[in-house]
Write a protein that binds this ligand. Sequence first.
Ligand code: BGC
Length: 262
Amino acid sequence: MADHIAVGVDVGGSGIKSAAVDVDQGVLVTTRLRVPTPQPSTPDRVVPAIIRIVRRSLKESGVDPKLVPIGVTMPSVVLAGVTKTAANIDPAWIDFDLGARLGAALPGPVVVLNDADAAGLAEMRFGAGVGEGGVVITLTLGTGVGSGLFNDGVLVPNTELGHMEIRGRDAERRSAAAARVRRGLSWKAWSADLDEHLHAIDKLFWPNLLILGGGISKNGDKFIPRLTVRPRVVPATLRNDAGIVGAAMAAAESFVEGGPTR
Ligand code: BGC
């Protein structure tokens, strides 16, 4: 049994990405597949697309599909497989039991988790968080702001720091990568908004380290040097594949021989 292989699927607002992952090494072992997220992105449209892409990754892995755990990320709070919020996705996802739907349709065990939690797990194990103890916060700056809170490498799930209230509104409305583009801001102006969000996070959590991910992390030199927040701030290093790798890690760690261990 290839007990170190799991499939990771990263469901985003514009694309669904999938691959089989060697979870011991944190590397993709099959092609990184991507299909556009169906629009409207309701569960009825998205679930079949997830099932199709998982089947393709399973087939390509060549491993007995019944033995491959499957991890799926959603840009939502996820409790016991149920998506509870829908900040940047169709409201039909609120209280949708994605775990049950996928579990009934796919051969292997399925785990559903928040997208930023998955990216954070991967970043802590294989990226910028390796060897970092104490409190570390990973932030994914994209359409929204996702967060992963870790203490000595252990995740506290569903922290949703993008939705802290700053100046009377959700912080992510100003600090997300999309907010810079939407509002036509310079890097300098946007980094001041991000800085304000990071100061608010620091005031509550006092992390040792902040790891900033999402596509924008490749431009870290344009905004990280401008930040004035107390903790160290570094760019994420895994980039695009962090969600896939983290989803696969979560699935592999939750199941041994097809049964949940916790
Ligand atoms: C959602 C989070 C998600 C983040 C990044 C936020 O709007 O509330 O659940 O992790 O966007 O996709």
